[in-house]
Design a protein around this ligand. Structure first.
Ligand code: 13P
Ligand code: SF4
Length: 315
């Protein structure tokens, strides 16, 4: 089938099965186009919680689809490529975290949503890059905290809140690969363009960035800014939404290496139009979790959503 035929079939099957397609900003442009909702991790978790569609096709990575299943267990949750993982989720297993907790008695665990259901089940509170700073600030000042699994996001939150959270040593390999050196060169060539960066980037990159925030926060910053050009230090899928929302503005992507002009998350890009079509047609691969796991992992996610509402971060 051609891409056009695949798109038509996806739209037809989606209607026939009353399915909803949730797409992360890092998906390929064609999938973003076909998605009913496009968003960052926080917005998609909210959407997964409130949808009444019997089938959720999650176009993102495995931990996101798991989160959707945990928040809405009576729905069938599908992921076009079941191998679409995440370097952060892979860096820490439930067993790893149990051991880490035993080494740090008296600490609560705040985990970045980029982790497996098993790690969520071992956590007290989940956060996303869109709410991490405010949630951590809302915890008692003397509360000892383990932050897992992203040491870059955790280090950034420590620097912003004055906390001294113990950090699990994981990174997003996509964001961590970006180098301050390359950004400084781009800044020299484009002095009118502020740098916007995701907090999963390393501290040297964040130190030379004018704005640090989640995908949604970056989009908001750009929409409100009077600047016409921006240097973008994050995954390249976001450029689709940046360009769509700001046709009058120009975006300069920070390359991840000497020979690469792009910054693609290989996991996010595993979902293709063909896999999305087959997934809707066959209702496979499906996310399946035990009731016990769903119950344990739901607690810290629901706590995150409740706190985010109380703090006015989400509606
Ligand atoms: P957000 O969508 O929460 O900004 O996270 C970015 C990311 O890397 C998702 O895997
Ligand atoms: Fe994971 Fe990084 Fe890919 Fe996001 S961009 S899914 S954090 S590897």
């Amino acid at each position: 089938m051609t891409n056009e035929e695949l798109k038509k079939e996806i739209i037809r099957l989606k209607k026939e099965k009353n399915a909803v397609i949730l797409g992360h900003y890092y998906q390929i442009d064609e999938i973003q186009e076909l998605s009913d909702y496009i968003g960052d991790s926080l917005a998609l978790a909210q959407e997964a919680q409130r949808t009444d569609a019997p089938i959720i096709v999650f176009c993102g990575v495995h931990f996101m689809a798991e989160t959707a299943k945990i928040l809405n267990p009576s729905r069938k949750v599908l992921l076009p490529d079941v191998n679409a993982s995440c370097s952060l989720a892979e860096s820490c297993t439930g067993e790893d975290l149990r051991r880490f907790k035993a080494e740090h008695p008296g600490h609560i665990v705040v985990s970045y949503v980029n982790c497996s259901a098993e790690v969520k089940a071992e956590s007290d509170l989940i956060c996303t890059s869109g709410n991490a700073e405010k949630l951590i600030n809302a915890l008692p000042a003397d509360q000892k905290i383990i932050f897992a699994p992203d040491k870059n996001l955790g280090g950034y939150i420590n620097s912003q809140t004055g906390r001294n959270m113990v950090l699990w040593n994981g990174v997003c390999t996509v964001h961590d690969a970006l180098q301050a050196e390359n950004i400084l060169k781009l800044k020299q060539q484009n002095p009118d363009a502020p740098v916007v960066a995701h907090p999963e980037c390393n501290s040297a990159v964040l130190a030379v960035s004018e704005f640090v925030g989640s995908t949604k926060a970056m989009l908001n910053y750009i929409a409100k800014s009077d600047n016409k050009r921006f240097i973008v230090a994050t995954e390249s899928g976001i450029l689709y939404e940046m360009r769509r929302n700001n046709p009058d503005k120009e975006f300069i992507a920070v390359p991840s290496g000497e020979n690469c002009a792009c910054t693609d998350c290989a996991y996010m890009k595993m979902n293709t139009l063909e896999k999305l079509y087959k997934c809707l047609r066959d209702e496979q691969p499906e996310i399946v979790l035990s009731e016990e796991m769903i119950e344990k992992a739901a607690r810290p996610i629901v706590r995150m959503l409740d706190m985010s509402r109380e703090l006015g971060i989400i509606k």
